[in-house]
Design a binder for this molecule. Structure first.
Ligand SMILES: [Zn+2]
Length: 648
């Protein structure tokens, strides 16, 4: 088996709906060239992928496939039931990276791993290392907790990534045979059941799109429709945990286990799009809106219960008990991206930006060798450095850990970073839309063949300037749409000509006939090679006040600088920890290169024997301190940290 680039077969990024308001770019049509995201993607390519591979090799998760393929009997499976899925998410990340870099070493590693997975497939297409052998639980004997179809979903997504990256890989045929098996097992003639962890839905729709096979979409539809009817056996957390309490089309908000809820909603929207089910699509929109309005942290994180990794009630968002699993942030972006493609509403891109730059990017350590699983918003005690040679318990949140017993987050970060630019830009027949900013090149064509070749350059997320340079003549008038982030509120748009002259000057809304500024800045015209459009967003640090119904942070403020939520980390305090600080919102916030600084005070040390009384504590000035991006905290050793600062 060899991995060959066949660019003609490549089509689409991770999501390629049959119909949508916005058309996603193929993975070959957008390329990061520098700056924040390029560095993160390079770290992923050169460190994170290998890190995940090494860990799974070391602790026997990849070897499960070798044993499954062998004639050996009675062997002991390594890891919990669904560790196959981590190998698949790694394969997905590798595929996106290979489609871009054509790296020979990575290709060889990828092919070897695919080969090991493929050799474990049963003759009827079933492929799982934890179930079905005489000494193992029977196939589909534990749909509540076994994660069999969940794992299959990740295998299928890995196959979609291979197909869309133009890799001639055996993983595509493995997925096809597996999906055929699922059709027999759970299709119209099969067992009426669902998996306890949604994921197969979103994967089957995408496989159906990639292979043009309507049966895969139909099976996804069946899984979506079956959920919410109590098909899964009772569990201690109740049916809400796996969204089996209410049919998807009847639910008003996301609830239960956050990752499950979000994967399901993404799959439901995919089904709705493919089948033209407007009612189902509206249900997902409604759930997104309610969840964003009442069940989302300022970092974009979702999930406030540790016990069952679930959403809390409306406005139940305690910062020090935030679960905010990295995977939930990734899943939230999967859902928002699908909604953005359908509705072209910049709100979805706003949430993607917030969630990516804060919740998701908090997970990988600077060196790419350790990860947060949960993402607290208030660390009250110094973290304990985890043992870097052992798998850690999943909920450890004080310092990043190299690997977890349930290690869903590192591989999810890997596949996300490998394809992160896929959500940055789209096209319509009329033009190009930029949703996220950074340094990247777009080379695509509109539906009528109009060439769109631009270079986007920006100091984002640390500076708010964006420059779009056209590299080829469009030949006709097109619209360039630039999202104005909700935190910016306004933008200064400028336009320059190819020869250095004829600059149209800076324009605000209505000042130039070819510039329209609302939630999106639209610049229209026939662009020639060398034409430049500039946008500048004000990203000075500013106070953020919570809805008073979020009791846990009432009377507190956060600081946001551009898209970045900032934190106070004890590392930056002259003394003490973050738990006794007070801030005066009348104090001047100074915007710094990557964060902000502010004068801060603290409650005076007063011994109390009962922490309730009639008067507040005495406050003493502490001096000026730096606030740093949330995503970068805990990279300088054990510390305490808080996003929300009590006001004086
Ligand atoms: Zn996770």
């Amino acid at each position: 088996m060899t991995t060959v680039q066949t660019s003609t077969s490549a089509h689409g990024g991770p999501v390629a709906p049959r119909s949508s308001a916005l058309t996603p770019l193929d993975s070959s049509e957008i390329r990061l060239t520098g700056g924040y995201w390029f560095e993160k993607q390079q770290l992923n390519a050169h460190v994170v992928l290998q890190h995940c591979e090494d860990w799974m090799e070391r602790i026997g998760w990849t070897a499960n496939f070798d044993r499954a393929a062998s004639s050996e009997t009675g062997w002991e499976h390594s890891g919990i039931e669904f560790v196959d899925s981590e190998v698949y998410k790694l394969l997905e990340g590798m595929a996106w990276e290979l489609g871009r870099s054509h790296d020979a070493d990575l290709a060889a590693r990828y092919d070897r791993l695919v080969s090991r997975v493929a050799s474990a497939q049963d003759d009827d297409g079933y492929l799982h290392t934890s179930f079905g052998r005489p000494w193992q639980p029977a196939r589909y004997s534990n749909l509540e907790w076994g994660h069999e179809l969940y794992s299959f979903g990740h295998l299928i997504q890995a196959a979609v990534a291979a197909a869309r990256s133009g890799l001639d890989s055996a993983i595509v045929d493995v997925a096809r045979r597996l999906a055929d098996h699922l059709w027999e097992a759970f299709g119209p003639e099969g067992r009426v059941a669902v998996c306890g962890h949604p994921e197969i839905e979103v994967a089957l729709v995408e496989l159906g799109r990639a292979l043009d096979e309507p049966r895969h979409v139909e099976l996804a539809r069946l899984f979506v429709e079956r959920r919410g009817h109590g098909l899964l056996a009772p569990i201690e957390y109740g049916p809400e945990y796996f969204q089996d309490d209410v049919p998807v089309r009847d639910a008003d908000v996301l609830r239960g286990h956050a990752v499950r809820a979000l994967y399901l909603a993404a799959g439901a929207l995919d089904v709705a799009v493919e089948t033209g089910d407007a009612e189902l699509a509206d249900a997902v929109r409604r759930q997104w809106e309610a969840t964003v309005a009442r069940r989302t942290y300022v970092t974009g994180g979702m999930g406030s219960h540790h016990q069952d990794e679930s959403y809390g009630a409306d406005f139940e968002l305690p910062p020090d008990r935030a679960y905010s699993e990295t995977c939930a942030g990734i899943a939230s972006n999967m859902l928002s991206w699908r909604l953005l493609l359908q509705d072209a509403d910049p709100r979805y891109a706003d949430l993607i930006e917030r969630t990516l730059l804060n919740n998701v990017m908090a997970s990988p350590r600077h060196d790419g060798r350790a990860f947060f699983y949960t993402n607290t918003l208030h660390q009250r005690t110094d973290g304990v450095a985890p043992d870097e040679t052992e798998s850690n318990a999943r909920a450890l949140s004080s310092l990043r850990a190299p690997w977890f017993e349930v290690s869903c987050c590192p591989t999810n970060v890997a596949r996300t970073l490998a394809s992160v630019e896929s959500t940055f830009a789209t096209t319509t027949p009329g033009g190009l839309q930029l949703h996220q900013y950074g340094d990247y090149d777009v080379d695509t064509a509109l539906a009528d063949g109009t060439v769109v070749a631009v270079s986007v350059r920006s100091g984002y997320p640390y500076t708010g300037d964006v420059t779009v340079t056209w590299r080829e003549d469009t030949g006709r008038e097109v619209d360039l749409d630039l999202r104005i982030p909700s935190w910016a509120g306004s933008a200064r748009v400028g336009r320059g000509g190819a020869a250095g002259g004829a600059a149209a000057g800076e324009a605000a809304a209505g000042e130039a006939p070819d510039v329209r500024v609302g939630r999106t800045a639209t610049v229209s015209g026939r662009f020639r090679a060398g034409d430049v459009v500039t946008v500048e967003f004000p990203l000075e640090a500013r106070w953020v006040t919570p809805d008073p119904r979020i009791d846990a942070v009432r009377g507190q403020v956060a600081v946001q600088r551009g898209p970045l939520v900032l934190v106070l980390e004890s590392t930056d305090l002259p003394s003490g920890d973050v738990n006794d600080v007070v801030v005066d919102t009348g104090a001047t916030l100074e915007t710094t290169a990557t964060g902000a600084s502010v004068d801060i005070a603290r409650f005076a040390d007063e011994t109390v024997d009962w922490p309730y009384g009639e008067s507040g504590g005495r406050v003493v000035p502490l001096g000026r301190v730096d606030l740093v991006p949330y995503a970068s905290w805990a990279n300088r050793g054990p510390s305490t940290m808080r996003v929300w600062l009590p006001t004086a």
